[in-house]
Design a protein around this ligand. Structure first.
Ligand code: ACO
Ligand code: ZN
Length: 439
């Protein structure tokens, strides 16, 4: 081809980011500090050093002290560092006050924050922190943010798209910026800088502009306690729309299996193994508890009605769903993927666990069928978002073509479809070879 013949366009100039910026927008000269500004800075710096020289080290050193305050003067511990180094706890005269970022600007929203997150100190000095909703980069000023939005070519979280249903997608990613963002709405969790032991599942709303961040949950790759979810957070601007419960339901489908007999790269089984149970990491926040209770209630109630319809469960003694059907806690646990403790907790909360009048040592499950039916009908009317297991995909390269509709993509070697076809028992082999256990 005659390469030299074509006149260069804006897109050819590297600093114009493929034509995203005009020449005027790309010109940084107006923002280079003048001689006068540099002198002012030097003077201010010098006078600061003189003022503080006899009070011992300050400034940066204060950052390494053990506590920071959250604006209400309640000291909160520093997050641990990945190196596991112990944290200085030298008692300072007064702990340095770390201003809390009041709000974040993300996508089209300005969202008030709930808790302190350990962003680098220079980022916590402004009222608003700006975050790119696609790459999650955080920025101090509106000007920089707008420039970033012009230049940022990322249109989805940095990872593999593993689920798509309508305008909803879920990506599996690694990201420290995500932890920092989430910490602004999570009180109960310690923030670890070492994100390696975790996988992050990011929920996005898709539209013509790309995949917009809505929330996420994290999960340990291997959990000694059998937790299938570590932290969950939905952006306040997207809460109360059923996304929390949707992700909780989704989490039960992600089961990591470690078996020498399974040839799937990374050992993922994207449908739940029969009998596999999981529970969220404790403690739960108030909202976490509300969401889990609501999810557990629906799961248990749906099962109880199913048992009734089929006229019986496993026939185990010790519990009766109605006069005609019986099901044990173990069976409810097996079928819902909830731990027996979680099953008991929801039955107890709803007053369904009673002592057997005929045998004081036994408990029975007593169900008011009308109440259960009414509850489920009401909740169905809210048109909740449900997970469709057949929409799970293991398709790492799909995201490189963000405009390709999910359904129209070329046939991919997916785990999920194979699993679903064979009723969740067979193990599919394959994968495209580029999968890994962490994305
Ligand atoms: N007040 C009353 N009920 C509420 C509230 C609220 N503020 N928020 C949620 N609920 C109820 C809903 O009514 C719903 O029940 P229903 O379906 O029976 O009506 C249920 O909880 C779930 O609602 P969703 O809309 O699915 O949940 P949402 O998308 O709002 O997300 C979440 C819930 C993730 C807990 C969100 O509130 C959040 O991000 N909070 C801040 C972070 C947090 O606390 N995370 C949990 C920490 S614990 C852990 O991570 C294991
Ligand atoms: Zn970006």
């Amino acid at each position: 081809t005659e390469r030299g013949a074509r006149a260069p366009t804006l897109a050819d100039v590297p600093y114009l980011f493929g034509g995203q910026l005009t020449e005027r927008q790309a010109d940084t000269r107006p923002f280079v500090p003048s001689k006068r500004v540099k002198t002012m800075y030097d003077e201010a710096h010098l006078s600061y050093i003189c003022e503080n020289s006899d009070q011992g080290p300050a400034g940066e050193d204060q950052q390494s002290q053990g506590t920071r305050t959250n604006g209400t003067n309640t000291p909160i511990p520093h997050a641990e560092t990945s190196g596991g180094k112990s944290i200085h706890t030298t008692p300072a005269a007064a702990p340095p006050t770390l201003p809390q970022i009041e709000a974040i600007r993300l996508g089209g929203y300005e969202i008030n924050t709930w808790y302190i997150s350990p962003y680098p100190e220079e980022y916590t000095r402004q009222r608003i922190l700006y975050i790119c909703e696609f790459c999650l980069k955080y920025m101090k000023g509106e000007y920089v943010y707008h420039r970033h939005c012009k230049k940022c070519l990322v249109r989805h979280p940095p990872g593999d798209e593993i689920y798509r249903d309508g305008n909803l997608s879920i990506f599996e990613i690694y990201c420290q910026n995500l932890c920092l963002l989430a910490k602004m709405f999570l009180d109960t969790k310690t923030l670890y800088y070492d994100v390696e032991p975790f996988l992050f599942y990011v929920l996005c709303e898709y539209d013509k502009d790309g995949y917009h961040f809505a929330g996420y949950f994290s999960k340990e790759k291997r959990s000694a306690q059998g937790y299938n979810l570590s932290c969950i957070m939905i952006l306040p601007s997207k809460q109360r729309e059923g996304y929390g419960k949707f992700l909780i339901e989704f989490s039960k489908y992600l089961v990591v299996i470690h078996s020498p007999f399974i040839s799937v790269e990374g050992g993922y089984l994207l449908t739940r193994k029969e009998g596999q149970v999981g529970s969220p990491e404790k403690p739960l926040s108030d909202f976490g508890m509300l969401s889990y209770r609501s999810y557990w209630r629906r799961a248990v109630y749906e099962l109880l009605l199913d048992v009734k319809k089929c006229g019986g469960g496993d026939g185990n003694s010790g519990s009766a769903a109605t006069e005609t059907a019986a099901v044990s806690i173990k069976e409810i646990s097996r079928q819902t993927g909830m731990t027996p403790d979680d099953v008991i907790s929801i039955l107890q909360t709803d007053g369904m666990l009673r002592r057997d009048p005929g045998d004081e040592d036994r408990y029975v499950i007593r169900v008011q069928e009308d109440d259960v039916r009414e509850y489920l009908e009401k909740s169905r009317k809210k048109a909740p978002r449900r997970v469709d297991a057949s929409k799970l995909r293991w398709a790492p390269f799909l995201i490189k073509r963000p405009t390709t509709p999910f359904g129209d993509a070329v046939q991919l070697p997916t785990l999920a479809s194979a699993q679903v076809r064979s009723a969740g028992t067979a193990i599919a082999s394959g994968g495209d070879g580029s999968t890994s256990d962490g994305g």
